[in-house]
Write a protein that binds this ligand. Structure first.
Ligand SMILES: Nc1ncnc2c1ncn2[C@@H]1O[C@H](COP(=O)(O)OP(=O)(O)OP(=O)(O)O)[C@@H](O)[C@H]1O
Ligand SMILES: [Mg+2]
Length: 282
């Protein structure tokens, strides 16, 4: 199947500053793809290029098999939803009035407004004026607006950065449900937990360059040291290499019923990132 998103040798320079450097990336339909990198690594710049807001200096960006930038046609915009930092909400209108404006623009039913409000946990706040909302509520309102027309491709720039853990979990559930109904999701984050729990595949970006692209599971396995940790009933913890040389030792613990727990020593995505780049994700 043709990728929904295709980047080939994409670079972006601001003056002579390289923000994104020779990016190659394909996202097939149906995937939740995480774009993971610290502040200033080029996430927002990339997102602007794949959402027709910024032209690449070099390389090719294709979305829905069309080469970007394209002229702003409503058909193109109808097919994706984008969430970036510029909220574009009408401050003096309520949450619901803002959504109603978009519903009209996209020819979406009133029922859909109820659905998305539920999805972002704002049913009870629908009558509040945007000017008086908290940062997290604004973020959820913008997300609701993005979801309104059930886009084929959803591009989210750090969608949960201002939210508390309860709301993060709720939004993740909503995004998963949307993905199950067929929406491809591309999201940037510097929250490795988010990448780990939500994404089918993740890409690491550092100083504008792509470091690794794989499933979280494969990344952890590829970068694991092949160690296992054995916790004994007496409270002792032993770290053994996952090799034949240690099999006898493990067998003995088992034969004597000494084992309380065994953990594989796989690194987290954050630890892998540090190993690759020498930098923390935050
Ligand atoms: N309009 C601009 N003009 C000049 N430099 C820019 C501009 N926008 C971004 N940059 C620079 O390009 C680099 C990448 O920025 P970008 O906003 O893409 O990073 P990011 O990964 O989204 O960071 P954050 O996590 O802080 O949002 C940074 O060094 C930034 O200073
Ligand atoms: Mg950014």
């Amino acid at each position: 199947m043709a990728p929904i998103l295709h980047l080939h040798g994409v670079s972006k320079l601001y003056g002579n500053k390289v923000a994104v450097d020779d990016l190659h990336m394909d996202v097939p339909p149906g995937e939740i793809f995480g774009f993971l990198g610290p502040s200033g690594s080029g996430k927002t710049t990339t997102i602007k290029m794949i959402t027709n807001q910024l032209a690449a200096t070099d390389g090719e960006v294709r979305v829905f098999d069309q080469s970007l930038p394209v002229r702003a046609t409503s058909d193109f915009y109808r097919r994706f939803g984008v969430l970036t930092d510029n909220s574009g909400l009408y401050q003096r209108l309520t949450i619901e009035e803002n959504l109603a404006l978009y519903a009209k623009l996209y020819d979406v039913s009133k029922q859909r407004i109820d659905d998305v409000l539920k999805l972002v946990h704002l049913q009870d706040a629908r009558g509040q004026t945007v000017a008086k909302l908290s940062k997290g509520m604004i973020q959820r309102t913008v997300l609701a607006r993005t979801l309104l027309h059930e886009p084929e491709l959803l591009v989210l720039d750090e969608p949960t950065s201002a939210l508390d853990p309860g709301n993060v979990q709720h939004i993740h559930q909503g995004l998963r449900a949307l993905n199950e109904r067929g929406t491809t999701i591309f999201l940037s984050t510097h929250d490795m937990q988010e990448a780990e729990t939500l994404c089918d595949r993740v890409a690491f970006i550092h100083e504008g360059r792509l470091q690794q692209v794989d499933t979280p599971k494969n990344l952890r396995r590829r970068f694991s040291e092949g160690m296992i940790q054995v916790e004994l009933t007496n409270g002792d913890i032993h770290t053994l290499a996952n090799t034949p040389a240690y099999a006898k030792q493990l067998y003995e613990y088992m034969a004597e019923k000494q084992i309380a727990a065994i953990h594989s020593q796989e690194p987290t995505l954050g630890e892998i990132f540090v190993r690759l780049t020498g930098k923390e994700l935050v």
